[in-house]
Ligand binder design. Sequence first.
Ligand code: SAM
Length: 287
Amino acid sequence: MSSDNLLSTIAEYKLSSRLDEAIDLIKRQLHYSPYYYEFHYEIAGIYLLQNEFQEAQLHLERCLSINNKNTSSAILLDFLKNKDAYEVSNKSISVLFDYYADSFDEELTTTLKYKTPQLIADEISKRFPERQFKYMYDAGCGTGLCAESCKNLAESIFGVDLSMNMLKQAKNKSLYTKLSLGDITHELGRFDFKVDLITAADVFVYIQELKYFFQVAYEQLVQNGIMVFSIVSEGQEENSGRYSHNHKYIQSLADSYSFKLSSTSEQDIRKNLDKWIRGKIYILSKA
Ligand SMILES: C[S@@+](CC[C@H](N)C(=O)[O-])C[C@H]1O[C@@H](n2cnc3c(N)ncnc32)[C@H](O)[C@@H]1O
């Protein structure tokens, strides 16, 4: 089997919950081709999904020793070495959203009047009225609500999520060129072409330290590419277990990775009981 075929078989295994089989297949391949760094990167991603951080670290180190230009491995290694033990784990996020997937669209759009994907599309159209994007990376795509709202803005949409059941719902919408199971930082890092639009709707609330994603995003965006995301405004969701990131933090990350802040707007993003929750939509450009 060619390496491209193998990588797509592995992607299929991941999408059908056959993570152990994917690991076995990669291990067998690595036995014959131990210097194939893409396989080390791939298996590290699966170990990240399973919260097996030591194994993930070993393979990222191997990946980097074979190809020291692989910046994504270096960024993920930095993440693993500095990881806060109390950070919400990828595994618990996937369990949570696997459980909610079937009722997610109905619950969010009807009961909670969730508007973030549409607000993201509106902000992009307002700020860049004539622009047509080629490759959109929908980070934490969930059931595909962002693809629905942004479908006229981009030629191809790639979706990544930690939850298999959310991805199944997204697949039913038939709007994505490709869907992958994985962590948003790891999966973006493996793209062998650059994207011009990154969206992340209501995803950063599950990630405590955003610098790793910002770093990979900057690397993987074309010049003038944009990243559009939401955060929940401060003080809106206390004790919810979700992370609220303040403007100072976002601005400092943007500055660190040379992003230009193109626009920010504060809006009602969804309801909680009878009260509207306020959130912010950011557009950052790779200047
Ligand atoms: C509240 S949902 C939002 C889904 C979609 N973006 C939308 O607006 O409808 C959050 C999604 O982010 C995903 N997620 C959270 N952290 C992630 C990570 N580190 N990598 C990939 N997906 C992640 C969850 O599995 C979930 O599907």
